[in-house]
Design a protein around this ligand. Structure first.
Ligand code: 13P
Ligand code: SF4
Length: 305
């Protein structure tokens, strides 16, 4: 068993040697966030990493995020320290599901949340994130739009377009979907001056109670910009670490800390990061045909936002 300082030292040395960059999603364990070169939401991490001259990307997050990094940085080696760290929501929709939807609704554009596999992205017209979904959908003149895989994000976007019909796939994030209005009401009662911010992956009844609805990076921005001192945070518990670190003068409460833990986001330990750098495992490999099609869907989104 190595001590933590020794592990960190080895990681940093090997990172230099490999010309690697370490990325950590906002939900990663504190010790992983602390050693990362960049911390952020899935898309911003992939985009920022693509602009560096690193030869290796070590993505501490879940598999679809590492795939996104590979989609935008095909010339770099992308590794994820634990290969089984997967997003339950991304795994709910298969390429066959997308093909079936396209057959059922011919000609209707498919807008796919980045929390999806590369194969699913490759079958989509455009991608979106939780931060830009409203804008992306708004660029389509079509009266009907298919959104997948998150029904909660789709139903949130629907609120902004009463003249459109958003046809959604019934996928969801089990951990955001588990947050109930009664959990939020209880937290609001306990902390009456706190602002409640919900992630759009939460169910509609929870969104109804929110003062703000935002992605993880949006929550970090709001916490900094708003004059309020207390916040109730409706997303995966991991976000409380960067929120508290960046805003030491503010207090962040979680309405259901025991329910909103994404196990896949907690799998990566410092030992795994070291092994990933030593063995360059687990490498993300995508068939070029899939990568190019998925890239086109991501690129179209980037042209809109
Ligand atoms: P963000 O894109 O808001 O970081 O969300 C990622 C995610 O997995 C939400 O559960
Ligand atoms: Fe996927 Fe939910 Fe985990 Fe985010 S919190 S990675 S959406 S399972």
């Amino acid at each position: 068993m190595q001590n933590r300082a020794g592990l960190v030292e080895k990681i940093l040395k090997l990172k230099e040697k490999r010309k690697a960059i370490i990325l950590a999603h906002n939900y990663q364990p504190p010790e992983i966030q602390d050693i990362a070169d960049l911390r952020g939401d899935s898309l911003e991490l992939s985009l920022k990493a693509s602009k560096t001259d690193a030869e290796v990307i070590v993505f501490c997050g879940v598999f679809f995020m590492a795939e996104t990094a590979k989609i935008v940085s095909p010339q770099k080696k992308v590794v994820i320290p634990v290969g089984s760290a997967c997003c339950d929501m991304a795994n709910m929709v298969s390429p066959e599901d997308v093909k079936a939807l396209r057959e059922k609704y011919p000609g209707i554009p498919v807008v796919t949340y980045v929390n999806s596999t590369a194969e699913v992205k490759a079958l989509s017209d455009v991608c979106c994130t939780s931060a830009n979904a409203i804008k992306v959908v708004g660029t389509f003149p079509d009266k009907k739009i298919i959104m997948l895989p998150d029904m909660n994000l789709a139903r949130y976007v629907q609120r902004f377009y009463p003249d459109k019909e958003i046809i959604y796939f019934e996928g969801f994030c089990p951990f955001h979907h588990m947050l109930l209005p009664e959990d939020v009401m209880k937290a609001k009662k306990e902390h009456p001056s706190a602002v409640f911010i919900a992630h759009p992956e939460c169910r509609p009844e929870v969104i109804d109670l929110a003062d703000y609805v935002a992605s993880t990076s949006g929550m970090l921005r709001l916490a900094k910009e708003l004059p309020h001192k207390e916040f109730i945070i409706g997303t995966e518990v991991g976000l409380l670490y960067p929120l508290s670190k960046e805003n030491p003068d503010k207090v962040f409460y979680h309405p259901a800390p025991e329910k909103m833990v994404c196990p896949s986001m907690k799998k990566i330990r410092l030992e795994d990061v070291l092994r990933a750098l030593e063995e360059l495992e687990f490498e993300v490999v995508l068939p070029e045909e899939v990568r190019i099609k998925a890239y086109n869907a991501v690129k179209r989104m980037l042209e809109i936002v």
